[in-house]
Design a protein around this ligand. Structure first.
Ligand SMILES: Nc1ncnc2c1ncn2[C@@H]1O[C@H](COP(=O)(O)OP(=O)(O)OP(=O)(O)O)[C@@H](O)[C@H]1O
Length: 882
């Protein structure tokens, strides 16, 4: 640099140095002069720019490049012509910086070209430089005065110096650009390194864009701050030395400063990149000062620690995940185990129940099932007396009128069926009993409970229309036919049905269609296998439909009436008896089973049911018979020697089922309403006593062919003996009453007749046989002082009574052709005969054997008269209907 140049530059620098001190009018004038001149050539400055704008315009290289292009068009290829932007704006600052770097670079490049004039020639263009370089140029065209010329020289001097500085700055800028690229790359590397570990992070343009934008922003801020610092430094340098600096000193000072700054920037960047992790690339090639290296080491250490901590945490999290997974697996296994255990618990429970039932069967205990009726529409006030129903047949009743432990009472039965149990579920446990009937057992199923508690619902169902709501009766008979059909090849079955009711202590036949209200007698002879009401119509049935038809008749004939507690209350005990007789085709053995299906009339508190008149009488009869049932149950439970069966018609009818070798099941019904709590408790107490009764093991009524023959023989002998006795009696007393009676025609249910096809006119032989049977009956009746008429088809009459009666239809025909075997001679002492006579007399006088016919049967209130005109039951031969 020449002395002159040095002088110039120092002048310029002095000018620059002094500028912030004071805004001298001379300075402004000078600046305005430069601006005007520049404006004339470049139009890049306002006429009177502020000092700041002026400096910036000089610094960003626009003026330089444009002036050079004016002098030598195309010398600077690319001029970054962004408008001067406010430095406060970060992005603007960045742009300004870039603009500056690029323009100074371009300017330098342009200047270096061969065609480009030396900037200094511009300085000396007016008289001192080569005139050719500026001849023809626009500058020379201008008329410039001397003072202006010197100002331009100063400007160019400054610009030249500024250009030197710019080169240094451009180097720094390159370093920064390099740094920036590294920094951005480092950021991306760090980001990618991070996102490698976590698959879920999205790696898309938007994310990268955001990261880079952030980086650019921060970096711009950094640049601005460095730019400011750089400006300050320049000022400081220029201010500190009163002696003007040489160009090389000046550049050296700036280089030193930039060196320092580079390391500072790298330290700042290290801070900035601390989030990244992989920053080796950023540091590569950067010269760190000792302090920064220490800081860097410290931060790296921290980073390593953080990384290892992060790694450990990651491992811990993974371990916890594994532990949880293990735990979940263990729990799943445990739950499965529990499931298995619970299912086997239920199996065991079920087995227990079966075993318990078997034990009960062996003991002959009456099975008791408790059914809880649901609340009826309009009844549910939400309070139920049933507190809890257990799986083991437990039911806990809560009495809201009591407090403490007295309020709760537990009852145990074979099973307790809740309000949501279906008719099918109710029947399930009854099914094995139906099989037993076909195996020759006597079975009794009866429904007990307070009025309106659902007895009829259980036994018959709400209606006969839908099979789903069928009660136990229909289901039992349907199964009976199904099983008998399945056994058809082994056993030939015949099924007959009786339906009676006990109304006001009188037994009525429900299957009569002629409206006759005959009172029927009860004979308590277990040998009769259920034929304890022999005069009731016994209708043979062959399929479920037959039974349904009969039941419809029976239901219509049943006495029902409305009470305050049940709008269609059964006012009688109804008993449907199914007699089954089976013949084993191979052995010829005979099985005789009988099934009683009993729907008891409901016990009721007369005050509650508001019964008066006829209703009151009915209620009293019902309650009396139920209390007689209770007495029988008590006596049986206490194993008393005397069981008071004869205290009511009900207990007489059920005698075989309660005290014999029958299988008995009772459905006890309860009403969950709070106002029925008294009846509920007493019903359940009664049921508990019933459950404790031991009937002894049930016995099958099976007779082998040999046994039957022997029995028949015995019966023949008995018959012959009785005949002899009768003859003897007649001879003695000359009483011919029996003979006259025997010639009276029988009364047979029209249904009965039609079904059997037995007609006195069509089958004289059979009719004769019936007459014979009637004679036998008479003989027996005479012995007990009663007149009996058989209403049974011959096949259902017990052989003990009528040994010559064929068992089955074809037997009737076979036996009719056979000559009767002569009765063996019977020897009987007179004393025996007398004894028998005395006995029979005594018996006829006892209260139990008083002829019931003396009691007038009340006019039937609820008999449906249309029954008489009902069509005949469809053919029993139609097996396909089963
Ligand atoms: N399990 C049940 N589900 C739905 N309704 C029922 C149930 N049990 C009984 N009911 C209804 O309760 C009312 C009384 O039932 P039901 O006539 O069978 O009682 P009951 O004990 O036979 O009475 P009563 O002794 O007076 O003849 C009827 O309207 C019946 O439909």
């Amino acid at each position: 640099m020449t002395l002159h140049t040095q002088k110039r530059s120092s002048t310029t620098l002095n000018w620059l140095r002094e500028k912030p001190k004071k805004q001298l009018p001379g300075d402004a004038k000078q600046r305005n002069g430069y601006a005007r001149w520049t404006m004339q050539r470049t139009e890049l400055l306002p006429r009177e720019p502020s000092e700041e704008d002026f400096c910036r315009a000089l610094r960003n290289g626009l003026i330089l490049c444009n002036v050079l292009n004016k002098v030598n068009p195309g010398a600077v290829h690319k001029v970054v012509e962004n408008p001067i932007i406010d430095v406060q704006s970060t992005e603007g600052a960045a742009q300004s910086a870039i603009q500056y770097f690029e323009n100074t670079e371009e300017f330098s490049g342009g200047r270096r070209t061969d065609e480009a004039p030396d900037i200094r020639s511009l300085r000396f263009g007016k008289g001192r430089g080569s005139p050719s370089s500026l001849v023809g140029s626009e500058i020379t065209d201008e008329s410039l005065d001397e003072s202006e010329s010197s100002q331009y020289e100063q400007l160019f001097e400054f610009l030249h110096l500024s250009n030197e500085v710019s080169i240094e700055e451009s180097k720094a800028a390159n370093a920064l650009t390099f740094l920036f690229d590294r920094f951005a790359l480092g950021l991306l590397q760090a980001y990618l390194a991070e996102s490698n570990g976590s698959e879920g992070l999205p790696l898309n343009g938007m994310v990268i864009g955001t990261v880079l934008r952030k980086a650019v922003k921060d970096f711009s801020e950094l640049l601005v701050s460095h730019g400011n610092q750089f400006g300050l430094l320049l000022k400081k340098i220029l201010k500190a030395d009163s002696v003007p600096l040489s160009k090389s000193e000046f550049i050296e000072a700036i280089s030193r400063y930039l060196g320092q700054k580079t390391s500072l920037v790298s330290s700042d960047l290290s801070k900035f990149c601390i989030c990244g992790g992989k920053r080796l690339g950023i540091w590569h090639g950067i010269d760190h000062s000792a302090g920064n290296a220490e800081l860097l080491n410290f931060q790296q250490k921290q980073l390593e620690e953080l990384k290892s901590f992060f790694h450990e945490t990651k491992i811990e999290v993974r371990q916890s995940q594994l532990d949880w997974e293990e735990e979940i697996k263990r729990l799943e296994h445990h739950i499965k185990g529990l499931e298995v255990a619970s299912s086997s618990y239920h199996k065991v429970l079920e087995e227990n129940r079966l075993l318990y039932n078997q034990v009960q069967d062996l003991k002959g205990t009456i099975r008791v099932y408790c059914r809880v009726r649901p609340f009826l529409p309009g009844q549910s006030d939400g309070q139920s007396t049933v507190d809890y129903i257990g799986e083991n047949g437990n039911i806990m009743i809560i009495n809201p009128h009591k407090q403490g432990k007295d309020a709760r009472r537990m009852f145990t039965f074979n099973k307790v069926l809740g309000t949501n149990v279906t008719q099918q579920q109710i029947y399930v446990d009854t099914q094995p009993l139906i099989r037993s009937v076909l195996d020759g057992y006597n079975v009794c199923i009866f429904a007990y409970g307070q009025t309106g508690s659902g007895k009829t619902y259980t036994m018959s169902g709400p209606d006969l229309m839908t099979e789903e709501t069928w009660g136990v009766n229909y289901r039992a008979l349907r199964d009976l036919f199904q099983i008998s059909k399945a056994r058809m090849d082994i056993i030939e079955y015949e099924v007959g049905v009786q339906m009676i009711e006990i109304y006001n202590e009188q037994v009525r036949d429900l299957l009569v269609i002629d409206g006759s209200n005959r009172r029927l007698d009860i004979r308590n002879n277990s040998q009769l296998n259920g034929l304890n009401v022999p005069d009731a119509s016994l209708i043979p049935v062959k399929c479920t439909q037959d039974v349904l038809n009969l039941m419809r008749i029976g239901q219509r004939n049943r006495a029902v009436g409305a009470t305050a507690l049940n709008e269609r209350s059964s006012r009688s005990h109804s008993i449907l008896t199914v007699h089954v007789r089976g013949k084993e085709l191979v052995s010829g053995s005979i099985l005789k089973g009988c099934l009683h299906l009993v729907d008891l009339a409901g016990s009721e508190r007369v005050d509650k049911s508001e019964a008066v008149g006829e209703r009151l009488k009915e209620a009293q009869h019902i309650n009396r018979s139920l209390s007689a049932l209770g007495d029988v149950i008590s006596a049986l439970a206490q194993k008393s020697t005397h069981i008071p069966y004869r205290n009511s018609k009900l207990t007489q009818v059920l005698q075989d089922s309660l005290g014999g070798h029958a299988k008995t099941l009772m459905f006890v019904h309860i009403n969950p309403e709070v106002n029925a709590i008294g009846e509920t408790i007493s019903t359940l107490k009664f049921a508990e006593r019933v459950a404790s009764i031991e009937l002894g093991a049930a016995r099958s009524n099976k007779e082998t062919g040999e046994m039957r023959e022997l029995k028949e023989e015995m019966s023949n002998l008995k018959l012959a003996l009785e005949r002899k006795e009768a003859e003897l009696e007649q001879l003695k007393s000359g009483n011919t009453r029996c003979t006259i009676e025997s010639q009276r025609p029988q009364t047979v249910s029209p249904l009965h007749m039609s079904k059997y096809g037995i007609s006195t006119s069509l089958k004289p032989e059979i009719n004769q046989r019936c007459i014979d049977d009637a004679r036998v009956s008479e003989v027996r009746s005479c012995s007990s002082g009663k007149q009996r008429r058989s209403r049974f088809p011959p096949k259902f009459i017990d052989k003990d009574i009528m040994p010559r009666m064929p068992l089955l239809a074809e037997e009737i025909l076979v036996n009719l052709d056979k000559p009767r075997s002569p009765s063996p001679p019977v020897r009987r002492s007179l004393s025996t005969d007398r004894g028998a006579l005395v006995k029979s007399r005594i018996k006829s006088e006892t209260a139990d054997n008083q002829p019931i016919s003396k009691v007038q049967f009340p006019a039937r209130v609820f008999v449906n008269k249309s029954v008489a005109t009902m069509p005949i039951i469809p053919s029993m031969d139609n097996n396909t209907r089963q």
